[in-house]
Each structure stands twice: as C-alpha cells, then as structure tokens.
Design a binder for this molecule. Structure first.
Ligand code: OGA
Ligand code: ZN
Length: 370
C-alpha cells in the first residue's frame, strides 16, 4: 500500500507526494466539501449533511499534518473546521482504479457466455459471473430455465426490477394478427436497439424462448460500441455527424404516441460511446436542414452497412428454456424470419443500474443505506 511522504500547502492548493513518486494536487474547497467527519456526513449512512452553499466560500488550508497512521489531518480557514482524510481514500482519487465492470469490446470470433439457470439461482459466484458478463460483454445467455410463461420476469428479478411499458410487464414475441409492432410478426428483423422512442430508453432487454420449432428464427447480435468505434476510426466525420445530430424516434398505436429525440450515437464527456439508438422501424423522418441532409444520409448509410457486416455478428439459436439478456444501449439484436406459429419468445425490460449495483455490493455487505 502506498503512503503519503510529504505535503506542501499553499492557501487553496496542497501537493501530496506519494511513496511511489506520484504527486496529487488537492483543492481546499474540494477537500472541505468532501470531508468525512460527522458534522459533514452522517456517520450511519455516509450521506452529506451540508450543502455547498452552507460552507464558507473561501475555504483554505490553515494547517495540514500527516498522522502516524498515514492519514492527513486538515484544519481549514476561515472557520477552523477540522477533518481527517484516510490515505486510502485520497489515493483513490490520485490513481483511480479501472472499472472492473466497464465494457470490453467483443474480440473477433466472440461467443456469448452461457450460464445455467439453476446455478445462477443457487450459487452467488455463478450469479456474479453472469452479471459480470452482462456488464463487460453487454450480453449473456441463461440456459435450462423453466419453459414456463413469465419466467423472463423471474430472471430479471434475480438482479433488479422489471420495467413495465405499454407492451405490458412482459410481451409475447410471436406472430399475431394485426400486429402493432413488426416484432409481433414472423418477419426477419434487422439488428436494432429496442424502443429508442422511449425516454429513458430501456437499459436491458431479456428474451426468453418458450418455443422455436422453425428452420428460421435465428438470433443475431452486434456490439454497437465496437461498430461505432470502427466508424469513428474509419470516418471521423460520419461519427461526428451521428453523435451530434439529434433525431426523432416514434412509436404509435391506438393507445400511445411515444416520441423522443436523441442522437444515434451518444458519447460521454470522455469521448466514450455510451448509448446506441438504432432502429429502422422507429426512426422518424429526420427533421434536418437541406444543408445537413446529404451528409447525414451518407453517415447513416455507412453505419448501417457496418452493422450488417457478418464479421461483427454473434449468432445464437434460442432453444426452449434459453433466455438472452443484453444491454439495449449497446448490443443490437435481430432475427431471421420464421414460420408463423412455430416460435414464441417472451421479453421484458429492466434497468442496467441494478446489475452494476448488485455487482459492486460484494458478498460481505448485507446492509445498504438508501
Ligand atoms: C423484439 C425483437 C427479436 C426476436 O421483440 O424486440 O427484436 O428474436 N425480437 O424475435
Ligand atoms: Zn427488438
């Protein structure tokens, strides 16, 4: 474990030097705001008791001393507030650990990891491995689940909560008369993300197979983050257009008219792709200026070609009792057409944060605060 060797303080800034040579700048108002003492945070639940406006505007260092246990004791100006900062806590900001549950792009020849339903239920380690695969790969297959209607909801409830929508708590994916959605026909579906017309978009989708007795009906999946990164590498301008052009998405039937606006590719403050919205059925007519339309169409067409590249696809044939769980903000899904009456899936949605939340909790902590 690294320890602090020296601290040099000015008025608003201090510099720590660590035993491995790393230096860390500390801003007094930041340290004061993030103090861990019982006047600043509740000792039981760790939640902050003060609001930034309750603190003096001109927080500065009055004194800073290294304790024998390696922690840093600070007295602040102007109010004389004292607080102690454990070395391990400070170090976490100097050298942040890599997120163990961050996405890992699919390698060539990627295959979807499989987990037996009974083991997920019975064994916490298998459950963790399953959730870790969902987090890192954006997809995992549960096998040998009961071939019973509504099992899909029970699977989601292993880690979180079903997100009910206008399609119901769960939806039947089979061919019906007068379908409100092309998913409820026997037609093939190009890879897509579900429900880009919803705000927020569903984070996870589960599809549980009850019947699949047709030659067709195969499932395909594409790592949208990887395809978006390829587009960015090959054609930065196309990527820029798709990540900055807000588009309308829409679904309407007799009971709802859902509309949302968002880009096809959403990028975070660090330039990482965080959400893909791609659905040829529910993208609404792009309301772009004449000047922007041609370049938008070039970029859109290019992205679509990239998504159809068989090299980036993972294929599965769902058998009764299989349930595929995937990140609907990252992994696109599609299917081949099938013979009506011979294939039946049940689907539901859930929020992604439940997966990460459950993974981070670890085995040893049983009580968590709201
Ligand atoms: C869906 C869908 C795929 C399938 O219901 O959203 O895309 O394999 N279904 O039937
Ligand atoms: Zn779908």
């Amino acid at each position: 474990m690294h320890h602090i060797t020296t601290i040099v303080t000015g008025r608003e800034w201090a510099t720590l030097t660590w035993s491995d040579g790393l230096t860390q700048s500390l801003y007094a108002p930041w340290l004061r705001d993030n103090a861990q003492d019982s006047q600043t945070v509740h000792p039981g639940n760790g939640q902050r008791l003060i609001d930034i406006a309750d603190l003096p505007e001109n927080a500065a260092f009055r004194s800073a001393t290294l304790s024998t246990d390696g922690s840093l004791a600070i007295t602040f100006d102007p109010d004389g507030h004292e607080s102690v900062y454990p070395a391990s806590w400070l170090r976490g900001f100097a050298a942040p650990a890599q997120d163990p549950y961050g996405p890992r792009l699919w390698p060539t020849g990627f295959t979807v990891a499989r987990f037996e339903y009974g083991k997920i239920i019975a064994d916490r380690d298998t459950e963790r491995n399953w959730l870790t695969a969902i987090a890192r790969d954006g997809i995992a297959l549960v096998t040998d689940a009961p071939v019973e209607p509504e099992t899909v909801c029970a699977i989601a409830e292993n880690f979180g909560f079903v997100r009910e929508t206008n399609y119901g708590r769960l939806f039947d994916v089979r061919s019906v008369e007068n379908p409100t959605n092309m998913a409820f026909t026997s037609a093939g579906l190009m890879v897509h993300t579900d429900n880009p017309y919803r705000d927020p978009v569903p984070g996870l989708q589960l599809l549980h197979c009850l019947q699949n007795e047709t030659d067709g009906g195969g499932s395909l999946f594409v790592d949208g983050f990887q395809v978006a990164d390829r587009l960015r590498r090959d054609d930065p301008e196309a990527f820029r257009i798709l990540s900055t052009t807000w588009l309308p998405f829409r679904f309407h039937d007799a009971t709802v008219d859902l509309q949302a606006r968002a880009p096809m590719i959403t990028v975070d403050d660090k330039g990482r792709v965080v959400t893909i919205r791609y659905n040829n059925r529910s993208i609404a007519p792009a309301d772009l200026s004449a000047a922007d339309l041609p370049a938008f169409y070039d970029a859109y067409r290019k992205f679509s070609h990239y998504l159809r590249n068989p090299e980036v696809e993972a294929t599965l044939r769902l058998a009764p009792g299989d349930c595929v769980v995937f990140d609907n903000m990252r992994v696109l899904h599609g299917r081949k057409g099938f013979a009506p009456g011979k294939r039946w899936l049940q689907g539901c949605y859930a929020d992604k944060d439940a997966v990460y939340g459950r993974l981070r909790i670890g085995d040893d902590k049983t009580v968590q605060q709201m």
